[in-house]
Design a binder for this molecule. Structure first.
Ligand code: GDP
Ligand code: IMO
Ligand code: MG
Length: 420
């Protein structure tokens, strides 16, 4: 059987969690390969909502293996909280089902402090608007080769030494640059040890587990335009969110990636700072925000909303190689008289088909729109193309035509079953 990769094609929150939950039925193992608990993936099953930040979105399917790959940054406190919440609902979260790669980097309390100190030291227009979860500082330590890895939790002496070493430099910054209190290494060690001990039974070889499974579902977090290299730098997250990282972030070869599914929200949203060419600050924007209940699943912040940007989608297609699109939240567009698709940008006097490559170039483009007629019908009960009003079909067909990728999945409501 072939493997599947699900990735976000915009700025996150496209509905990846819902689609992963739906596809997990066909998989043996579901693996997260990048990001951390900056992600908030929402699953709705029989009307009951479950938001996951770290544990793969296949967990509600009994018997499926849920793997956390080496490319993830894992906050052990959040991981334990998530385990407890799921266990309280009767979900099996034992180490026979859930595995963390020994190579996964761990978010330590001082990473969260650094994230907050950095953000608050920036001027208003320089703030990234991070989730404050310590993501960037943890990836920094990984690249700087002073990170703590989950495997270190099995060796308390090694862990203690690594914490002390990591804090030597950080405390200089805390005290002398950010004007905050230094962090005591022993206190960090004492705080972390109980969760570290709890995590040890979950440690394993994720790469081999992937190799042993017949069908693996790779669950991307964030979105392509938040990618550290290809996104709207510097207003991005600190990992590679593109599908190529599904292989390196989990420990398999790129040849293992078969079906590649781009999750595309039928309009666009963004949380945090950064350019957003099709952003709407008018009544249509408010309509999308309220109809779509567009609040961040991690921080609760209101999401900025705008029209679907096909320049953004085409860039995602060339970076990720999708074999199909999954269009989500089509139901949210019902009731709009007209719907717009951004089909190009005006940039420095020219029409361009792809985002400018210069830093912050996206902030200086003007969207070129194609306007299509809207539809009034409630489509949340649609279960096939035939159930959709003609104008909704026309909208979807136009997305296929311009992006050059066929639509394989359409989602018309938050519930697992509201899909065809
Ligand atoms: P993710 O981060 O990509 O997994 O997306 P989030 O869970 O952060 O945000 C997507 C939101 O839209 C969640 O509240 C989902 O329950 C909801 N959702 C997903 N698909 C649909 C859909 O087709 N229609 C509607 N109305 N809501 C949806
Ligand atoms: P999911 O997986 C939407 C955004 C933050 C901020 C920027 C950097 O649910 O789609 P970070 O804390 O990662 O350093 O913040 O990235 N961001 C997300 N936006 N969905 C997410 O995840 C996000 N994860 C990070 O808002 O702008
Ligand atoms: Mg989300």
């Amino acid at each position: 059987m072939s493997n599947m990769v699900v990735f976000g094609s915009q700025w996150g929150d496209e509905g990846k969690g819902k689609v992963v939950d739906m596809l997990a039925e066909k998989a043996d193992a579901i693996v997260r390969f990048q990001g951390g608990n900056n992600a908030g993936h929402t699953l709705v099953v029989d009307g009951e909502q479950c938001i996951l930040h770290l544990i793969p979105s296949g967990i509600l399917h009994p018997g499926k293996q849920c793997l956390i790959g080496n490319g993830v940054v894992l906050d052990p406190f959040v991981f334990c909280e998530e385990l407890d919440k799921l266990a309280a609902k009767g979900v099996d979260v034992s180490p026979t089902r859930v595995m963390i790669s020994k190579k996964t980097h761990v978010i330590m309390p001082y990473h969260c402090l650094m994230d907050a100190a950095r953000e608050s030291s920036k001027s208003e227009d320089g703030k990234i608007g991070t989730t404050g979860r310590g993501i960037g500082p943890c990836y920094e330590d990984k690249m700087n080769r002073c990170g703590i890895r989950a495997g270190d939790f099995a060796d308390p002496e090694l862990l203690k030494g690594k914490i002390a070493k990591a804090l030597e430099e950080k405390n200089v910054l805390f005290q002398h640059l950010y004007g905050t209190e230094p962090v005591d290494a022993q206190a960090v060690f004492d705080k972390v040890m109980p969760v570290a001990e709890r995590l040890v039974p979950y440690l394993g070889d994720v790469s081999s587990a992937i190799q042993a499974a017949d069908c693996v579902l790779f669950e991307g977090a964030q979105g392509t335009h938040l990618d550290i290299d290809h996104g709207t730098y510097p207003f991005v997250t600190s990992s590679n969110t593109v599908t190529a990282n599904a292989a390196s972030g989990s420990g398999c070869s790129p040849r293992e990636l078969d079906r590649i599914i781009a999750i595309v929200k039928a309009y666009t949203t963004r949380v945090g700072s950064g350019p957003f060419p099709t952003e709407l600050t008018d009544a249509d924007g408010d309509y999308l925000q309220s109809q779509g209940h567009e609040f961040g699943a991690t921080t609760g912040r209101k999401r900025r909303c705008g029209w679907l940007d096909l320049v953004v989608l085409k860039e995602s297609a060339r970076l990720n190689g999708p074999t199909e699109l999954a269009i989500t939240k089509l139901d949210v567009l019902s009731g709009l008289k007209e719907v717009k698709l951004c089909v190009g940008y005006k940039y420095k006097g020219e029409t361009v088909a792809y985002p400018p490559q210069e830093q912050n170039g996206m902030a200086y483009v003007t969207p070129v729109y194609e306007t299509l007629p809207g539809w009034d019908e409630d489509i949340t009960g649609a279960r096939s193309w035939d159930d959709l009003p003609g104008n909704a079909v026309r909208y979807l067909k136009r997305i296929e035509e311009i992006s050059g990728v066929r639509i394989g999945i359409v989602s018309v409501g938050p519930d697992r079953v509201q899909t065809f």
